[in-house]
Design a protein around this ligand. Structure first.
Ligand SMILES: *Cc1c(COP(=O)(O)O)cnc(C)c1O
Length: 410
């Protein structure tokens, strides 16, 4: 940079050797080299100047190898968006990340970048309903198939055309866990790609590539943004695959993140390491209280010893997350009545917001999933999904206990 000012500007703390907290606050957040502005600058522009002598190439680019990548058009890259990508890559510990306009944009963009006609995707355990619809309803029209396998028999489920193993852990909404190291080991023997939707865990609790997984997906709409005020998504992984995700999934798919949303996302991600422990603490308290509440048949939370994934969660995650699911003995009527009586949990889909949210899974987030699949995955009509926020712990516990008690008394 030839600007006087820029010489005093310190580079961002982006070393992956630094602590998670330091990376959350500092990675990707260099001060603006032109003005010295300390907060991220919103580069609200569609296009960037080209070099007159070399039309088609970005101006002032390759001569300085230290210079940040120059963009030509914001659909394929933008400096504010790039800051968010750098921060997420630093948190996941991956070489690269590409941001999208939503989690579904990222998931569909990744799938269309790495798969082609004739390929098969294997899944394990329940996956997000719209991802399921992409794999089972949309991609078959393009000659790409999907099949669900069981974790215990993954090895024998592999077919010659299996190209990708796609999983979610903890899963939505019953918080079942997948052993990522075991999946990665099978995938490596068969030389197939692995992808994990890490939305529920966030890189604060689990970094899938540390267990040998290739690609990490995020709905950054949830915990990464953290305040329920934007839609965003990420794909993270090795530089070579991510280059393809950028040039195919992002550039041709066109679900590009807006610079202003990237700014809000950067603001949210800076406090991920402060919010997640509060979410986990509150979720543990709410889950524990619900286990003995009247009318409750079952509580799904990986932090409870009775949860099937408890031991694996202790190995694979640094804490148990902010999501809880509670199954009412009174079925759908009881679930609806419980949600109606909650005062601090707002009745809404989505999750990862600082404020608490609740919804009845069977008729909202999972309404599009066939009834027999819901049954297989334990998504009963009486199941309420709670996204436990960061309000006062005692207030949240009192709220769920009051609501459960009131429902049981009717
Ligand atoms: C919300 C969600 C998605 C989709 O993300 P959007 O940002 O809503 O497009 C994908 N996977 C999981 C696990 C989610 O919770």
């Amino acid at each position: 940079m030839d600007d006087e000012h820029s010489k005093d500007v310190k580079p961002a703390a982006s070393s992956t050797l630094r602590s998670f907290a330091t990376r959350a606050v500092r990675a990707g957040s260099a001060a603006d080299p032109l003005t010295g502005a300390h907060a991220p600058v919103i580069y609200q522009t569609a296009t960037f100047l080209l070099d007159d002598a070399n039309p088609g190439a970005p101006a002032r680019a390759a001569s300085d190898p230290e210079a940040p990548p120059r963009d030509t058009y914001s659909r394929a890259g933008n400096p504010t968006v790039r800051s968010a990508e750098a921060k997420l890559a630093a948190l996941e510990g991956t070489q690269a990340a590409v941001a999208f306009a939503s989690g579904m944009g990222a998931i569909t963009g990744m799938l269309l970048s790495v798969l082609r006609q004739g390929d098969e995707v294997l899944t394990l355990g329940p996956i997000y309903s719209d991802t399921r619809a992409v794999l089972w309803d949309m991609l078959p029209g393009f000659g790409i198939s999907a099949r669900r396998a069981e974790a215990e028999s993954l090895e024998s489920a592999m077919a010659p055309n299996t190209r990708l193993i796609y999983v979610e852990t903890p899963s939505n909404p019953t918080l079942s866990l997948i052993d990522l190291a075991a999946v990665a080991a099978v995938a490596r023997r068969h030389q197939v790609l692995t992808a994990v939707d890490n939305t529920f865990a966030t890189p604060f609790l689990s970094r899938p590539t540390e267990h040998g997984i290739d690609l990490v997906l995020h709905s950054a709409t949830k915990y990464l943004a953290g305040h329920g005020d934007l839609l965003a998504g990420f794909v993270a992984g090795d530089a070579e695959t991510l280059q393809r995700v950028r040039s195919v999934g992002l550039r041709l798919g066109g679900a590009s993140l807006e610079p202003h949303a990237a700014f809000l996302l950067l603001r949210g991600m800076r406090t991920l390491h402060l919010r997640m422990p509060a979410h986990c603490h509150n979720a543990m308290a709410v889950a524990t209280a619900l286990t003995t509440a009247p009318g409750v048949k079952r509580v799904h939370y990986p932090g409870l010893k009775a949860h099937t994934g408890h031991e694996l969660a202790k190995r694979q995650m640094s804490d148990f997350g902010g999501m809880v699911a509670v199954d009412f003995a009174g079925g759908y009527q009881a679930a609806v009545a419980f949600v109606e009586r909650l005062e601090l949990f707002d009745h809404a889909v989505s999750l990862g917001d600082v404020s608490s949210l609740a919804c009845v899974s069977a008729t909202t987030t999972h309404a599009s999933v066939p009834a027999q699949e819901r049954q297989r995955d334990g998504i009963t009509d009486g199941l309420v999904r709670l996204s436990v926020g960061v309000e006062g712990t005692d207030d949240l516990v009192a709220d769920v206990l009051n609501a459960a008690t009131a429902v049981a008394a009717t």
